[in-house]
Design a protein around this ligand. Structure first.
Ligand code: HEC
Ligand code: HEC
Ligand code: HEC
Ligand code: HEC
Ligand code: HEC
Ligand code: HEC
Ligand code: HEC
Ligand code: HEC
Length: 342
């Protein structure tokens, strides 16, 4: 490598690593501001660029290019998927294929399931997009909800399906900016029909806040579960705290029951010692311990054996949150091993 090559690599390196010091600010990032905390993994982004300054804009999230703008509009909108913890969004402007400007935004996605990311860092703050004045956005988007968004919602109306076109993405004013929020295979009843205001309060401060703890919101509709679970003798730790959304996404998720992880992984996430294969049966009984996955559940046709085959994730009248009405350990074993043990 010649001295010239080294010199140019150095220039490129400093250009990519430097954050400030460009001749002019050509980017206006409408959203997000720097160092904000989010609770949900999908983030709406919007930016503008001084006309005639760049030919191309590349957006990188956590060092991966996720979007390229060949033609740059007056206002450019898109969404990015965040990972739990720290995320960096870079807006890179190019002219003649060289970098002429770069702006970054750091966003923290809080997560109850990852110890290190449970508490947001002190130098990050919460931001409420909807509590701000958004005149520019309102030029193209309907920002105030309409009557269609406000229709009262209850379990019966939702379970019965209601008239087909009564409530949907077509009538929701939230859809144009939040359309990506439902792009997972398992969607939650009220979110699936874009009844966003059944949980988000229109006139709260900050705007669209959700009541806490989660049970305040969830038990408004899940009355059967409320009656059933609150009367049980033992409640699961997170349920006692009212934290339903530690495990369930209120919107949509990759896993059945809108769970953030598959049941086994979810349980082992907090009860990591139970994932070792040594659960229930000691060395004397069985080398590997009792299976807790990758077998058929004898009591639930078509479902896999998992932690929830023996434990109720919410509440139970029996010790260790057993999922069945059994008085002791032996009766529990018999539920599945009747023939063998008789
Ligand atoms: C000049 C018109 C215009 C303005 C002004 C505008 N938008 Fe958009 N926005 C659009 C259009 C058109 C779409 C739909 C794009 C599509 O369907 O891919 C959109 C989509 C979006 C999306 C969803 C993107 C996605 O793919 O998930 C978000 C988020 C968004 N806008 C946010 C904003 C915000 C925030 C503002 C104000 C700072 C704003 N928009 C201002 C035209 C505009
Ligand atoms: C102009 C586009 C736009 C429209 C329309 C819109 N939102 Fe948003 N919303 C955003 C952006 C941008 C954010 C901040 C980034 C993010 O969370 O994706 C946001 C954030 C939120 C938040 C988090 C709290 C906050 O204020 O930052 C909630 C809750 C929310 N929106 C609900 C709704 C609901 C409910 C509707 C419909 C009644 C709606 N939004 C309509 C763009 C929009
Ligand atoms: C079943 C109740 C429920 C419904 C229905 C619902 N949400 Fe949410 N949403 C929540 C909860 C709970 C949170 C987490 C808020 C928190 O912990 O601060 C949340 C968070 C959000 C956030 C992110 C806030 C952040 O800080 O990152 C956005 C954006 C959002 N919801 C938009 C929507 C939209 C759009 C709809 C309609 C499709 C919708 N929600 C429907 C309960 C709901
Ligand atoms: C506005 C009413 C409403 C609210 C509020 C609500 N739900 Fe639901 N939920 C429904 C409906 C409707 C269904 C689908 C009907 C059914 O299968 O029970 C459902 C289904 C579910 C399911 C089962 C999904 C499945 O695959 O069987 C879970 C889990 C769930 N909700 C959790 C929650 C949690 C957690 C909250 C609070 C953050 C909540 N719900 C708040 C109406 C609601
Ligand atoms: C520790 C994780 C966890 C927490 C916390 C949790 N759930 Fe669940 N939930 C699950 C799992 C796992 C399933 C699926 C159980 C199965 O496989 O049978 C489920 C199933 C459900 C179902 C559908 C089946 C049923 O039993 O009715 C609903 C509704 C539900 N949960 C609502 C809630 C509500 C409301 C809360 C808060 C009070 C909550 N969950 C808290 C893990 C959790
Ligand atoms: C967010 C963390 C978290 C998740 C996820 C979680 N748990 Fe728990 N679990 C707790 C806490 C906290 C307690 C109460 C403290 C204790 O007794 O250890 C508890 C207690 C229990 C107990 C009672 C222990 C006893 O001796 O009575 C059982 C059984 C249990 N969990 C099973 C599960 C199952 C099954 C799952 C998956 C569906 C699960 N847990 C997911 C946090 C969690
Ligand atoms: C085949 C039934 C069965 C399965 C599957 C099962 N458990 Fe258990 N679990 C039990 C029984 C029985 C006990 C009580 C053991 C005792 O009293 O010695 C127990 C006890 C527990 C306890 C409390 C006792 C302790 O040692 O702290 C927790 C927490 C727990 N299980 C979590 C889990 C998790 C997490 C999974 C999935 C990885 C799981 N269990 C799968 C039957 C089961
Ligand atoms: C929810 C159903 C269920 C319950 C409850 C249950 N088991 Fe099992 N058990 C199974 C399944 C499924 C297998 C795997 C069978 C197979 O692979 O053919 C199994 C396997 C076993 C094995 C063989 C282990 C090996 O290494 O292959 C023993 C021993 C056993 N169980 C004992 C118990 C005892 C003791 C209890 C009560 C503490 C119990 N089981 C409760 C479903 C259950």
């Amino acid at each position: 490598m010649s001295i010239r090559h080294i010199f140019f690599s150095f220039l490129l390196f400093t250009a990519l690593s430097a954050d400030a010091g460009y001749a002019q600010d050509i980017f206006t990032i409408h959203y997000p501001p720097d160092r904000i905390i989010k609770e949900d993994g999908l983030l709406g982004v919007s930016f503008s660029l001084t006309k005639g300054t760049a030919e191309k804009v590349v957006v990188r999230v956590n060092n991966r290019s996720i979007k390229e703008f060949g033609t740059i509009d007056r206002v450019n909108c898109f969404s990015v998927d965040l990972k739990p913890g720290y995320n960096t969004i870079e807006f890179v402007a190019l002219k003649d294929n060289s970098l002429i400007n770069k702006v970054t935004r750091d966003v923290f996605l809080r997560s109850d399931l990852i110890g290190a990311y449970r508490k947001p860092p002190p130098d990050y703050r919460r931001d409420s997009f909807h509590s701000g004045k958004r005149e520019l956005c309102a030029e193209c988007h309907q920002l105030e909800p309409t009557e269609a968004d406000r229709k009262p919602v209850n379990m019966t109306a939702l379970s019965d399906g209601g008239p087909e076109d009564d409530r949907s993405q077509k009538t929701s004013t939230c859809y144009s900016c939040h359309k990506g929020i439902m792009s997972y295979p398992f969607v939650h009843g009220p979110a699936a029909v874009w009844s966003c205001l059944s949980c988000h309060e229109e006139n709260s401060t900050p705007r669209y806040a959700v009541a806490k703890p989660d049970t305040e919101v969830c038990f408004k509709c899940h009355l059967n579960q409320k009656k059933l679970w609150l009367n049980k003798k033992y409640k699961h730790g997170p349920v006692t705290l009212g934290k339903c959304t530690i495990c369930h996404s209120p919107h949509a998720a990759k896993n059945a029951f809108n769970l953030y992880k598959r049941t086994w992984d979810l349980c082992v996430n907090c009860h990591f010692e139970m994932g070792s294969g040594r659960h229930i049966l000691g060395d004397s009984f069985s080398q590997g311990g009792h299976p807790t996955k990758e077998r058929d559940d004898p009591l639930r046709k078509g479902r896999e054996l998992t932690c929830a085959s023996c434990h109720d994730p919410h509440a139970s009248d029996f010790p260790h949150l057993w999922a069945y009405d059994v008085e002791n350990l032996f009766e529990l074993c018999q539920k599945c091993h009747q023939k063998k043990m008789n």
